[in-house]
Design a protein around this ligand. Structure first.
Ligand code: SF4
Length: 326
């Protein structure tokens, strides 16, 4: 039995995601996909989707996919006046920082992040008092206000490079404790870490990785650097979501485990049907607040616009652009 109406453009898109969305689930998505495709044309809008978004968003309505920084940078290249961020709030803020003249919508303003919520600008000021002279390197997974209080931003892909570019013996790294400790293991620069954690990646343990290797012999294990250092130590490779995708494309392991958010494996597996993806699964509840229905409503109503106080935007943009200049 087929549940598809193959006459619709959305139905044609099903071919892309057939492997990761069961036929019985697909009809629930079709009407929203059709509406979003139409609304994007009417509004001159593009949808940016993070690597952790569900496959029906990632593969069926997104115009640009990637990590948060790649999304913001790609959006800045185009001339679409409206950007819908299928990601969490700090990502929408970063997109707005780099696209100040465009309308940036977040389909659910409550889509937060445990890292972004772990630190405030006042905390950064206290760190500066405690460690005078040490520059503050801030992960992009933070609010614009925290970026504005920092010297330079970093991503999980370039954190080591950013730290070493400063040419100082000591830096403060916020807010991700594990990213900071994973960087500290690779550099002589002294790293002062904040105690923020990603609630998804902190769940993984070294024992999980050992069990995974026993259950799936030969699996190549790729871990995100937001995981605890002992997990990274057990992995074959550690890198950002973009680095992991790059590793899979280049090395084509027969069997691979991506130690990160659940949807990433679904999304990447669509591109590499010959590779077996083991799924050590941890869901990000914040990312999963974004649904097709909410993207559709954002485009219908143009509600959920992200704005940033100009007094905050200017220094926050400086911190991001200083990183980009590297
Ligand atoms: S996966 Fe972690 S870092 Fe990413 S949005 Fe969710 S809580 Fe934040």
């Amino acid at each position: 039995m087929t549940l598809l109406d193959v006459r619709t453009p959305a139905a044609a898109l099903y071919e892309r995601v057939r492997k990761v969305i069961p036929p019985i689930e697909w009809p629930a998505f079709e009407a929203d996909i059709e509406a979003i495709l139409r609304l994007k044309r009417e509004r001159g809008a593009i949808v940016l989707a993070h690597n952790y978004q569900s496959p029906e968003i990632f593969h069926c309505v997104a115009d640009v996919v990637g990590d948060s920084l790649a999304l913001a940078r790609e959006a800045a290249k185009g001339d679409a006046p409206v950007i819908v961020m299928a990601g969490v709030h700090f990502m929408a803020e970063t997109a707005k920082l780099l696209n100040p003249s465009k309308t940036v919508l977040i389909p659910d303003p409550e889509a937060g992040c445990s890292l972004a919520e772990s630190i405030t600008p006042e905390d950064v000021a206290l760190l500066r008092q405690a460690y005078p002279g040490a520059p503050v390197v801030t992960y992009v997974n933070t609010s614009a206000a925290v970026k504005a209080a920092s010297d330079i931003c970093c991503t999980s892909a370039n954190a080591l490079k950013v730290v070493e570019s400063l040419g100082v013996p000591r830096v403060v790294m916020t807010p991700d404790e594990f990213l900071a400790r994973n960087v500290a293991a690779q550099t002589k620069v002294e790293i002062i870490a904040w105690r923020g954690r990603c609630e998804v990646h902190e769940q993984f343990t070294a024992a999980d990785i050992r069990e995974l290797r026993e259950s799936y012999p030969g699996a190549v294990v790729l871990a995100h650097p937001e995981c605890p250092p002992e997990v990274v130590a057990e992995a074959d490779f550690a890198g950002s979501t973009a680095d992991m995708i790059g590793y899979v494309g280049k090395n084509r392991p027969a069997r691979v485990a991506l130690v990160t958010e659940c949807s990433m494996s679904d999304n990447v597996s669509v591109q590499y049907p010959d590779i077996e993806f083991v799924r050590p699964c941890a869901l990000c509840p914040h990312m999963k607040r974004i649904t097709l229905g909410k993207i559709r409503r954002a485009l219908e109503t143009m509600r959920g616009e992200v704005t940033i106080d100009p007094a905050v935007a200017a220094p926050a943009r400086r911190a991001v652009e200083r990183m980009l200049a590297l």
